[in-house]
Design a protein around this ligand. Structure first.
Ligand SMILES: Nc1ncnc2c1ncn2[C@@H]1O[C@H](COP(=O)(O)OP(=O)(O)OP(=O)(O)O)[C@@H](O)[C@H]1O
Ligand SMILES: *[C@@H]1O[C@H](CO)[C@@H](O)[C@H](O)[C@H]1NC(C)=O
Ligand SMILES: *[C@@H]1O[C@H](CO)[C@@H](O)[C@H](O)[C@H]1NC(C)=O
Ligand SMILES: *[C@@H]1O[C@H](CO)[C@@H](O)[C@H](O)[C@H]1NC(C)=O
Ligand SMILES: *[C@@H]1O[C@H](CO)[C@@H](O)[C@H](O)[C@H]1NC(C)=O
Ligand SMILES: *[C@@H]1O[C@H](CO)[C@@H](O)[C@H](O)[C@H]1NC(C)=O
Ligand SMILES: *[C@@H]1O[C@H](CO)[C@@H](O)[C@H](O)[C@H]1NC(C)=O
Ligand SMILES: *[C@@H]1O[C@H](CO)[C@@H](O)[C@H](O)[C@H]1NC(C)=O
Ligand SMILES: *[C@@H]1O[C@H](CO)[C@@H](O)[C@H](O)[C@H]1NC(C)=O
Ligand SMILES: *[C@@H]1O[C@H](CO)[C@@H](O)[C@H](O)[C@H]1NC(C)=O
Ligand SMILES: *[C@@H]1O[C@H](CO)[C@@H](O)[C@H](O)[C@H]1NC(C)=O
Length: 668
């Protein structure tokens, strides 16, 4: 009795305090604060995004919501339910997802599109100062956020790595059966989010709109929201598109603090669009009577200008490319983004062409555009298919490929912009800019994990073929990210399939690769070895000498190791601020990866374990490297008898250099 009195009392107090309670069956009369692509259509549908790439959209309930008891700071209970639908641009490409958000601000002004879902950005992701709780409906599998698949629901606290997540679907009442749902099916689905203050638990339930709320929630997270959220918050939705776009729609929404949000009336929800009629016709007929001689002149010159302009910005688009719409950029957009490919925006030029910095006009996303001249149309189809597939690779240690654009004789590749440029700049560049050991070790570990992802964690094995310091770029947090993957294939495809070409850069090419022309994961491991020695020693894998023979870094490190003073070969620029154990580990690992027998090299999985210290490095002397002579290593193609060599590195490697050089210079 006393208890129920207290409940009645507290309900009274609550309603006096003005607890938020609203219901929208369609948003025509709703008071929402919209930004980005978000709009409410004339029939009351809330469209967070339309099929525009690399954009975001937000819709928040305009008024602030008091979410905490100001006396004792405890988060109130709340419930909300909404109906949403995701209409993908292309059924096979999933695009990014959407989220229900509790945010301290009305909107997410600093957030980024794509994998950030319009919730966070690259630097604040995961920071507790965000004070954000979100329920994500994620339609991309982002490795770096430990996503489980490309069709899941998760509860996010301050960052994109979900606290709990589950494949989209629902538990059928009264059975143990789970029914999968496809988020991008385009069908409306209903969501219930309930937080109970008393047992500090948040439940999320999902179902198709014709199914009543399942009893067992999809997600149940035990978490006190009090320390996470602000006293006063804003509630709403966020969504973003990437290269594959989608339209994220909300049809209805109700919300209540300290009570049960009203059920939505499914029959009153707005209809989803089905490709509306063409509007331009109307304007044309109205415009016709107004024609006058000046207008004719203006029209003619306008048409001439338009044709010229059109030619200037002409893209090459063939039928087979149409399915790649989401990954295909318009030349005009890239032209605008880079300010007309002016030299001012030139980031550098490499073997494949020049790289320009740019900012996409609408999304303000910073990009790097690589212009590759490519005359041959042969193999272009396969190559573009590969680019599109590479664009789906996602890892914190890979430079994201956003898409491509094709013009006559030219291919443009669009990447995420890496503000800190390439690693070689820090190793050999300006005398005063260098990385300390902690930073270098992190970069090495990062590159190892990116390469491991390419080799073993992606659905198919991807061989990078050109691992080297200048292809490692540093993001805003100085994480090492591998760039340029897959580009080497361009030259494979462009040439006669019967001749295999050696791709790569002198000093990083494995000996058996020059002999057989075949790239394998072990040739990447070899290049990774050369790379780690390079980073630890601050010297290039091969330093040309005018007088004597070229200096081969791996031989040099090997001789230091033999003398038992491997640490002495470290980069003097490191000073005294380094961890001897780690430097030694990297140097020895570099030697191990440079083994001339590909089978003796570790896999990238092992490399990652060695670097993380999970597994101790095997003893080098037990691996065919004997102290007292630069001998050993079996040569592929020979019989089993050990053939002694004058160098730890295969001689073939040295004399192959000229082949590789001429190939590369021919390619450039
Ligand atoms: N995504 C990016 N963000 C920022 N800068 C970049 C990006 N991609 C390339 N660059 C800059 O452009 C320069 C040229 O890059 P590119 O990859 O074409 O050349 P490379 O790696 O030196 O040679 P190669 O083509 O033989 O690999 C790099 O040195 C780097 O500084
Ligand atoms: C919440 O608001 C709706 C109208 O939007 C109203 O019908 C309902 O009674 C309110 N519920 C409570 C508990 O105040
Ligand atoms: C998407 O919305 C933006 C902004 O509202 C608009 O400029 C653009 O034309 C729209 N695109 C499509 C494909 O509807
Ligand atoms: C919508 O909400 C804003 C912010 O709370 C308020 O200023 C405005 O008056 C509201 N408009 C309507 C029509 O309720
Ligand atoms: C806030 O907490 C205090 C202390 O427990 C309690 O007396 C009060 O009723 C609460 N207020 C609301 C609005 O729940
Ligand atoms: C705050 O007050 C509410 C009742 O209004 C109570 O349930 C809760 O336990 C209190 N929290 C703390 C930290 O005292
Ligand atoms: C949210 O709360 C924190 C800590 O109380 C405060 O620093 C911050 O300014 C608040 N944010 C907003 C937008 O009110
Ligand atoms: C990321 O967001 C924070 C606020 O959460 C902002 O201070 C910062 O400038 C943003 N960073 C970028 C790179 O946009
Ligand atoms: C979190 O954000 C605050 C304020 O923006 C910043 O000072 C702090 O360094 C950030 N913490 C981390 C771990 O990034
Ligand atoms: C449901 O989805 C999961 C994860 O994608 C999958 O493993 C499972 O086979 C699916 N079940 C059915 C019945 O399709
Ligand atoms: C949340 O889910 C858990 C686990 O299924 C259940 O025990 C609890 O009663 C649910 N809470 C609410 C408010 O529905």
């Amino acid at each position: 009795m006393l208890y129920s009195l207290a409940v009645v009392l507290s309900l009274l107090v609550n309603s006096v305090a003005g607890d938020v309670n609203f219901t929208y069956n369609g948003f025509r009369s709703a008071n929402l604060s919209l930004d980005g692509l978000a709009e409410v259509t004339s029939n009351g549908l809330l469209k967070l995004t339309n099929n525009t790439r690399l954009q975001q959209g937000h819709a928040f309930y305009s008024s602030p919501v008091k979410l905490k008891n100001s006396t004792n700071g405890t988060a109130f209970s709340f419930t909300t339910t909404f109906v949403f639908a995701i209409l993908p641009q292309y059924p096979t490409f999933s695009g990014h997802g959407m989220a229900f958000v509790i945010s301290p601000s009305r909107g997410r002004p600093d957030a980024m599109a794509m994998r950030y879902l319009g919730l966070f950005n690259e630097s604040d992701n995961g920071n507790y100062t965000n004070r954000v709780v979100a329920v994500e409906f994620d339609t991309m599998n982002n490795f770096e956020y430990k996503d489980i698949n490309d069709n899941h629901v998760g509860i996010d606290v301050n960052g994109l790595t979900s606290e709990v997540s589950h494949g989209a679907g629902y538990f059928v009442d009264g059975t143990s059966q789970f029914t999968n749902l496809t988020l991008i099916s385009g069908r409306p689905m209903q969501v219930w989010v309930e937080y109970t203050s008393l047992d500090q638990r948040m439940n999320v339930t999902l179902a198709p709109i014709n199914v009543p709320k399942p009893k067992v929630p999809l997600l149940s997270l035990s978490k006190d929201l009090s320390p996470i959220v602000n006293d006063t918050v804003y509630v709403g939705f966020s969504s973003s598109t990437g290269s594959p776009a989608a339209s994220h729609c909300v049809l209805g929404w109700s919300f209540m603090i300290n009570g049960q949000a009203e059920e939505l009336d499914i029959t009153r929800l707005p209809k989803l669009p089905r490709g509306g009629p063409n509007q331009t016709l109307k304007y044309l007929t109205i415009g016709l009577p107004l024609i006058s001689p000046t207008l004719v002149f203006a029209t003619v010159s306008g048409v001439v200008y338009f044709i010229k302009r059109k030619r200037k910005f002409a893209d090459v688009v063939e039928d087979w490319e149409l399915v790649y719409g989401p990954q295909r950029f318009k030349y005009k957009d890239l032209y605008v983004a880079t300010n007309g490919f002016k030299d001012k925006g030139l980031l550098g030029s490499g073997g494949f062409g020049r790289v320009y910095r740019g900012t996409l006009p609408t999304s303000k996303l910073e990009i790097a555009v690589k212009k590759v001249s490519h005359e041959s149309r042969q193999g272009m189809k396969e190559f573009v298919a590969e680019i599109v597939s590479i664009g789906r690779l996602r890892h914190r240690n890979l430079v994201q490929l956003l898409g491509y654009c094709r013009r006559k004789g030219e291919l443009l590749l669009v990447y995420d912009y890496m503000p800190n440029g390439s690693l070689d700049k820090y190793l050999y560049g300006q005398p005063n800019v260098t990385l300390n050991w902690r930073q270098r070790f992190r970069v090495i570990k990062g590159v190892a994990s990116g390469l491991f992802y390419l080799h073993e964690e992606w659905e198919q094995v991807v061989i990078h073929r050109d691992v080297k310091a200048s292809n490692v770029l540093l993001d805003s947090e100085l994480n090492g990210r591998l760039g340029d993957f897959g580009l080497a294939r361009l030259y494979d495809h462009g040439t006669d399939p019967h001749t295999t070409r050696v791709m790569g850069t002198l000093g990083y090419i494995a000996p058996e690769h020059t002999r057989t022309g075949k790239a394998a994961t072990s040739t990447d491991v070899f290049a990774f070895g050369a790379f780690s020695l390079e980073v630890a020693c601050g010297r290039r894998p091969i330093e040309p000498r005018a007088e004597t023979e070229d200096l081969i870094l791996v031989d040099l490190v090997f001789s230091f190791w033999q003398r038992g003073e491997i640490l002495e070969i470290r980069d003097p620029k490191l000073g005294t601020d380094f961890v001897a154990k780690e430097v030694e580990l990297v140097l020895k690992l570099g030697l191990l990866c440079s083994h001339s027998d590909p089978k003796a090299r570790p896999s990238m999985r092992q490399v990652v374990h060695y670097l993380e210290g999970d597994v101790p490095l095997p003893d080098l002397s037990a691996l065919g490297l004997t102290v007292g002579g630069l001998t050993f290593a079996h040569r592929e193609g020979f019989d089993d008898s050990a053939t002694p060599y004058s160098s730890f590195m295969d001689k073939a490697y040295t004399h192959s250099s000229s082949i590789a050089e001429s190939l590369l210079s021919g390619g450039r």
